[in-house]
Design a protein around this ligand. Structure first.
Ligand code: NAD
Ligand code: MG
Length: 378
């Protein structure tokens, strides 16, 4: 009997890659639910190919659309908790993915998580939901998949993580030029093809700050033990150092299909011919550089928010979501993204750092979005 999968955000980059993987693994998995935000045509095409029991379109008016078809944001939780679903691939971008992740974990599902914003906002609450409902999170993010693969269950022997970052398109640009970078320039990622938001996050290195927080919650490791190194070729996805000083790394040409497949089959591996086989000679020279904090101020703010804890990561995430959207809409310059985030996170710097309730997290998210919009106008 095949395993039922829900793909949330099936019309996006992660969602489409997931369906590519599933198309090669039809004996093992079947698609039970698909959701998209507003790309109705693509969602309909996917639905006609996969014939899922449930299809949800968030932005398609409200109410029921006939058997197995729903509109409105409640379709996400419905898809994530569908009784025939065992694995929920969460490929939604941003805070909108939180409710579905919590609901799936409470319902005892595996969440193959690409939607890192969820863990950043509410890492403790997500862990609680998993404990309460018997669900589990398996990362899709390539760096965290690398760590999971290197760890191979030996969590107690973990000493340090080193996450790699490509450095994005502006790695070698001077600060003045970066501050005036256009949307087209920011969307020209050197090694990965992804959705717009994460591509901008890679240019500011906010993505790596989000990933440091993600790693902290996924692997229960303190922030001082999560390091980041710039590795422009994106061939090594992450390093794990063990207590004896030995280091393992996970290697491959950049593709999200491998981490997605691993999140579906973990802890097993299954035969798959979909990704380009590794060739060290073709990979060529691999280089590494320290992160220069003055080049990536938003990364520094993110690490500070992580250390503060409590609702600070949620504020960091919310401010970034607003700032990135304003940048994509050409309402602010690239340089203002980091500045706006800094103002919003700084405004909450006296907070306690205690574990927050869901209400507190959502209130912090709303407040940070308001402050970010205000900061953008001033
Ligand atoms: P994308 O923009 O290509 O796709 C996002 C998907 O989410 C779309 O299907 C869209 O319909 C849906 N969506 C957007 N807003 C929504 C809302 N308010 N409610 C419900 N659905 C909504 O983005 P992506 O690149 O696929 O990234 C998705 C997530 O995966 C992000 O959290 C990103 O950080 C993470 N991620 C992506 C990659 C990658 O290679 N693309 C790699 C690692 C992690
Ligand atoms: Mg990543």
């Amino acid at each position: 009997m095949s395993i039922g999968v829900a793909v949330l955000g099936s019309t996006g980059s992660i969602g489409r890659s997931t369906l590519q993987v599933l198309a090669r693994q039809r004996e093992r998995f079947r698609v039970v639910a698909l959701t998209g935000h507003s790309n109705k045509a693509l969602l309909a095409q996917q639905a006609s190919e996969w014939k899922p029991a449930f299809v949800g379109l968030v932005n398609g008016g409200s109410g029921e659309q006939g058997a197995g078809s729903r509109n409105g944001s409640s379709c996400l939780v419905e898809a994530a908790t569908h009784p025939d679903v065992k694995i929920v691939v969460n490929g939604i971008v941003g805070a909108a993915g939180l409710e579905a992740t919590l609901a799936a974990l409470r319902a005892g599902k595996r969440v193959a998580l690409a939607n890192k914003e969820t863990l950043v906002m509410a890492g403790e609450l997500v862990a609680q939901a998993a404990r309460a409902g018997g669900g589990e999170i398996v990362p899709v993010d390539s760096e965290h998949s690398a760590v999971l693969q290197c760890l191979a269950g030996r969590r107690t022997e973990l000493a340090r993580l080193i996450l790699t970052a490509s450095g994005g398109p502006f790695r070698t640009w001077g600060p003045e030029r970066v501050s005036r970078a256009t949307v087209a320039e920011a969307l020209k990622h050197p090694t990965w093809t992804m959705g717009k938001k994460i591509t901008v996050d890679s240019a500011t290195l906010v993505n790596k700050a989000l990933e440091v927080i993600e790693a902290h919650f996924l692997f229960d490791v303190e922030y001082a033990r999560v390091e980041v190194v710039i590795h422009p070729q994106s061939v090594i996805h992450g390093f794990v150092e063990f207590v004896d000083g030995s280091v393992l790394a996970q290697v491959g040409f950049p593709t999200m299909e491998l981490p997605i497949l691993y999140a579906l089959t973990y802890p097993e591996r299954v035969p798959d011919q979909g990704v380009r086989r590794f060739d060290p000679v073709a990979a060529g020279t691999l280089t590494f550089e320290a992160v220069q904090p003055d080049r990536f101020p938003a990364y520094v703010t993110g690490r500070d928010a992580a250390r503060v804890g409590g609702t600070a990561p949620a504020r960091f995430n919310a401010a970034n979501e607003v700032a990135v959207q304003l940048f994509l809409d050409e309402r602010i310059t690239f340089g203002r993204i980091a500045e706006i985030i800094e103002r919003v996170v700084g405004a909450g710097s006296r907070e306690s750092g205690a574990v927050a309730s869901l209400e507190e997290v959502l209130a912090a998210d709303t407040e940070a979005r308001r402050l970010a919009r205000e900061a953008a106008c001033s």
